[in-house]
Structures are given as C-alpha cells and as structure tokens.
Design a protein around this ligand. Sequence first.
Ligand code: AMP
Length: 459
Amino acid sequence: MFPELELHQCLTKALELKGFNEPTEVQSAAVPATLEGKDLLVSAETGSGKTAAFLIPIIQKMLVDDTPKNGVRAVILTPTRELARQIEKHAKELIKFSRLLAHAITGGDDFKYQRSLFRKNPEIIVATPGRLKEHLEKGSIDFADLEFLVLDEADRMLDMGFTEDVMIIADSCRAERQTLLYSATLDGRKLQHAIPLLLNEPETIALSSPTQANESIVQQIILTDDERHKTLLLLRLLEKGNYRKVIVFTNTKIQTSKLAGWLRYKDIHCGVLHGDMTQDGRNEEMARMRNGKLKVLIATDVAARGLDVKGIDIVINFDMPYSVEDFVHRTGRTARAGASGLAITFVAARDWNMKAKIEREAGIKFEQEILKGIEAKYKGPKKLKSSGKAASTKKRDDDKSKKTKPKERTKVRHRDTKNIGKRRKPTGQKDEAPKTGKFGDGSGAFSFKKKAYNPDDDA
Ligand code: AMP
C-alpha cells in the first residue's frame, strides 16, 4: 500500500532503507486518515508500528507543502525521555533524504543547548511535556504556526500527572492544527475528560483493547516463595545465556539497583534503568542495550511503555506488575514487529490473584515452567476440597451414630465432676461419697485415684 499512497520520493527512499515494504494494520488505517487532515483517536497494540503511523503522513504533508516556514510545524509529546529519543531517531531516519529537521527536547538535558536547537528552526519537535512547557513560558519558542500536535501514549502521559502541562502546550498551538492522539486505552477517565478539549470531531481507530496481550509472546510463570528464591530463579535463567537481550522488570527503583548489584557480583553483566538516574545515565544504558553491548537490563516501568529495542527475546517480571495494563506493556517489549518472544513471570502466593486477573482480562494462558533443583515450596493455592461438605456431613453422621449407641451414651452431671481432684474429708459423709466408689481401703484412711471421671466406672 505504501506505493499506492504516492508518497514523496524522499519518504519512499527512507521507507525502503528501513525495510518498511508493507504498512502494518495501524498504518493502513491511520496514514490515509491523517493525510485527509482528520483529528484522530487511535488505540493500537504495543509494537504495532504506531510511530510510523503518525510520522509518515506528517512528513509527507511537510514535504508536499514546502513553502518556507519559520516556526515548528509538528510537536510530538511523549511521557518518557527514552520514548522521546526513540521517536526522534525514527523521525530522523524518515527525513534523512529531505531538508527537514527533528530534535528531542526533554528534561535532564541542558536548557541553553535546547534553546540553541530551536534557533535552527526544526520542523519536528519530540518532547516530554514538562520541559517543553518551560521553554514556552521562558519564550524560547512559540507554536503559533503549529500544524500537527501528536500525543503519544496519551493515557500514560495523563496518568503521570502531565495533564496541566499538556493543556498549556495545546492552548498555545494554532486552533486549526491537526491533533493525533495515540493511546493504549481510550476509555480512561482522565483521557475522556481531555479528549473534547484537545481534539476536534476526531475519527476513532480502535485496533486493540488495552489489556490484550500480543499473541506472539509465549507466556510462562515460575512459582516462587520469596525474594531470595526469586533471585536464585533469575540467576539460573540468566546463566543459561540462551537469549539475545533480556529486560527484567521490578516494581521499585531500589530493587533494580539491588538486583543489578547482586547479579554483577555473580558475574552477570547488566545495566539498570529507572527514573531517578541522570538523563545521561539513562541514555547511556539505552544506547548500550540498543547496540548490543548490554544483554541484560534491570528496569522499572519507565522502560515498559513504547520502548522499541531490537532483539529483546525475553522479558522477565521479577516482580508481578500492579495492573494488567502494565503487564501487557512490559511483556510487549518482546515480540515486536511480528517477531516472537518469551515472557516469564515469577508468581509468589500473594501474586496469584493478579495472575488470575491477567489470564482473565488479557486472555493469556500461562504455561508453568519448573527449574529443576530450585523448585518453590509454594505450589499454587490449595484446592478447595470438593468433597469437603460431604466429608463434614459424614463426620456429623458418624458422631450421631456413636451417640445413638446406648453403651456409649454419656451424661456428665456437674455435680458428679465438681469435686474431682479435691481432697475429701475422711468423715464418710454419705452425700460426698460416690455410690460405687473405689475409695477407701477399709482402714479408715482413703486413697484417691487422680483420674478423670469415667461413667463406665459407674456402670
Ligand atoms: P512502534 O510500535 O512504532 O514502536 O514500532 C514497532 C516496530 O515495528 C519498530 O521496530 C518499527 O521499526 C517496526 N515497524 C513499523 N512499521 C513497520 C513496517 N511497515 N514494516 C516493518 N516494520 C515496521
């Protein structure tokens, strides 16, 4: 279909170089609609080719309308710096044969340097909202002539607290701009609230449900007991070395560093990625992962969204993610663009409910894998005894039948037992002595056998 679209030759050449011969599903739907000038609301599966779906038509329109312009023509907003860098790279590859310029503007980079980038009049800016808003407020740039506003991973961006920044940026853009909103889910509350403020009569392209996992991923679980056990499992998996690249997800920044330190101590070369690292540090780790110098990356969810690193064949959920959506995004780092991949999730007793929820909502059937010699003591939830009710009824019946046996019938009166263990006066008071007691040895003294009352003794 790319030839049918009669794309500009600069773009056609770039697509050929990237090996994009056929459009993906989202591209088939979104490229023509964007070329028609519509505002779009798009939900598409992770790894489906979303980036090119908005970049191709935007670049095409810029190449066709090449009257000289001073200002920025397209702004692409993303929730994370890594994603911004990735989109910038993708854009640079697609405009390689043209005079168009693209730059990423994200937090963590030098503000003055970024100002100097604006002076070069780039047509495309890929940015995280906070830093771009700062530039707007400090007058480094204005968007009076902006033609395209793209919100990528919009649900995540709003969830991360960027709503106000996004609105400020959108308000500073030309009202006649074209807005393209890409999101894993379109039904989030914050998103639903923002849509009418950002888009104008948008066309909706819904290609995936947010919690639908990529079917090319083999999904496995390994049962585990605790943190220590998880580290043993991880070490065993990584020592096998039968992978090209692995991402290991944990739930906290501290955990990533701790785990990486321990793995290095065990001679596993690995990198770390989390939101508290300097931008240079983050860029460096991503670059090492991309160019294959790093085979193992321990990361928080900052690496879960949209990141496209070629050759990741295994994703390991060291910690169970907090939501089905996070699970789908994490595991979506593998099996990208039609490749296959393996996702392994460690499941402890407390994770079982989430595992069941993922199976239900993401339509996943997990295979259970066992690592010989280091199996967990935990074997999954105890099965409810289906015969439990019957068993207890039977017990009651047994008790009943016992009671009905006349021989075993017992009736214990308080007055018969209250004096057990007490010393008796050797007075032979009639009312205190048992009728058929074995007390008394006839010598006037008595011996008292310390023994529980047994009605059979009376019999
Ligand atoms: P994205 O969902 O944009 O992160 O893209 C996922 C992967 O698909 C990236 O590695 C892209 O380079 C690749 N890709 C996107 N579109 C195409 C296409 N039409 N043909 C082949 N690969 C593609």
